[in-house]
Design a protein around this ligand. Structure first.
Ligand SMILES: Cc1ncc(CO)c(N)n1
Length: 223
């Protein structure tokens, strides 16, 4: 079994728990509180901006021109492509997207997630540590979308296009990220593999907390 297969096997219970949580169950039913979606968009717009910037830190760790070209394409996808998934959510809320995301911030759970990725990008020279912290972003969404599609008919669900987007757009990225990590994992120490494993599983938990953050409309200060 490849190292990343082991990671994904260990992540399965976390993804199952996310699937059962209120945010995803609300997506499945097509009746999630619009305030939860507004809060999600406020946070996720900023999260994706940082995700794109962290890709640029990864580029500095790579030498292969084709790998660098791929990450440049991923920066474009995150900034200009994934916004279509956000537009689906804005349509559900019934408000202008730019108006919704205005005033967003790194709420506590999103702040922790973003800094987990940056910490690894600045601490380690090898890209694999950062990639393991970033990989649950596409992987968890892909697995949730595929599980929703397999278990539910979303024909009349106003958030169907959000699910469909993540079911189809993550495969090439996951293959590339997995290849990078597996190549490094084959030659590094068990101690370093444990760091990679923890980075990946912590980010799966960060994904769970991000959805919960949106559902609870988490803020820094309750006054
Ligand atoms: C927090 C978060 N994780 C993953 C994705 C999927 O790209 C996203 N848009 N936001």
């Amino acid at each position: 079994m490849m190292f990343t297969d082991e990671l994904q096997r260990e992540a399965a219970p976390i993804i199952d728990a996310i699937y059962e949580d209120d945010f995803i169950q609300g997506i499945i039913k097509g009746n999630i509180d619009k305030e939860a979606i507004r809060h999600y968009l406020k946070a996720d717009h900023l999260y994706l901006n940082e995700f794109a910037k962290i890709y640029s830190l990864l580029i500095a760790k790579l030498n292969n021109k084709e790998d660098i070209r791929f990450l440049l394409d991923q920066i474009d996808f995150v900034i200009n492509g994934e916004v279509s998934a956000h537009y689906t959510m804005a349509d559900y809320v019934g408000e202008d997207y730019e108006a919704i995301i205005a005033g967003g911030e790194w709420y506590p759970s999103s702040d922790h997630y973003i800094k987990h990725m940056y910490y690894n990008a600045y601490k380690y020279d090898d890209a694999s540590y950062t990639i393991c912290a970033m990989a649950p972003c596409p992987y968890v969404y892909q697995q949730l979308a595929l599980k929703i599609q397999a278990n539910h008919d979303l024909t009349d669900n106003p958030l169907k296009e959000w699910v469909d987007f993540y079911a189809v757009n993550m495969s090439e990225l996951m293959n590339r990220l997995n290849n990078w990590v597996n190549r490094f994992a084959e030659t590094t120490t068990e101690e370093n593999r444990d760091i990679l494993r923890r980075n990946f599983l912590e980010s799966c938990i960060h994904e769970k907390r991000f959805f919960d953050m949106a559902y609870r409309q988490e803020e820094w200060f309750y006054v």
